[in-house]
Design a protein. Structure first.
Length: 243
């Protein structure tokens, strides 16, 4: 005869001590931005992360001993964490996740670290935030995971970094074709954005012409829906070339 205990699902995090998953800890130690981001995204599908949940005060008791009416607490820890979204540099909301309890408590000592599967965190970020995750917010080197990477994590698909995307140069070249003064482009990891598009411009062109060309390029890129599935954020960098 089966019992209620037999029907309980085993807790996959029963022995979790709050330490960083070794593979994720190793990825976090990588110094250079692009390899670090790629390693983190590669590890996350099989890694657990910690999400912050804040306790709420007990609403008190009624005269007959019942609980005072109050709004229900969000039972899903991922959705609760999404309510604590932090602001990304460009103003978007990023859901915080953490590699370890130590990193989470350094960010907010009042929060309770709850272990979750990374995919569940990504699904919540897509549904409740701006499809962004930030790993180890408040640390010396927090890592922002952009929309394409988070969407891939949520759906179980593989993410390709824009600088490795074989189709992206063709899409960009087609989009920017015909802009006066633009002579070529290169896709690299960005400094102030996820991805940099280095655009070769005429070395003898006046500054105002280069500025106008970059403005036109930015406007065109903003109208290409296909890019939103491949690139999270872009910075344009002009590189003057000799005629």
């Amino acid at each position: 005869m089966s019992t209620a205990q037999d029907k309980l699902k085993p807790n996959p995090f029963a022995s979790d001590d709050g330490s960083a998953v070794p593979a994720l800890a190793e990825a976090l130690e990588i110094g250079e931005f692009a390899p670090r981001l790629e390693a983190i995204v590669k590890v996350l599908p099989t890694a657990r992360v910690l999400v912050p949940v804040l306790a709420h005060d007990h609403p008190g008791r009624t005269a007959d001993g019942g609980v005072v009416e109050h709004s229900a607490r969000e039972k899903d820890p991922c959705k609760a964490a999404a309510m604590l979204a932090v602001e990304a540099p460009d103003g978007r909301a990023a859901m915080p996740i953490f590699s370890s309890a130590q990193a989470l408590l350094a960010w907010n000592p009042q929060a309770r670290p709850v272990p979750v599967h990374s995919q569940n965190a990504a699904i919540a970020a897509v549904a409740e935030a701006d499809a962004l995750l930030v790993l180890d917010a408040g640390s010396d080197r927090p890592m922002l995971l952009g929309r394409p990477a988070v969407n891939a994590l949520a759906t179980g698909e593989e993410w390709t970094a824009p600088w490795h995307d074989e189709n992206l140069p063709t899409i960009l070249a087609r989009t920017l074709a015909g802009i006066p003064g633009l002579k070529g482009l290169q896709i690299t990891p960005g400094r102030n954005a996820e991805t940099a598009i280095v655009i070769a411009v005429d070395g003898d062109a006046p500054r105002d012409e280069v500025s106008a060309a970059l403005t036109e390029a930015s406007q065109r890129l903003g109208r290409v829906d296909e890019l939103t599935h491949r690139v999270d954020s872009i910075e344009l960098i002009p590189a003057r070339t000799q005629s």
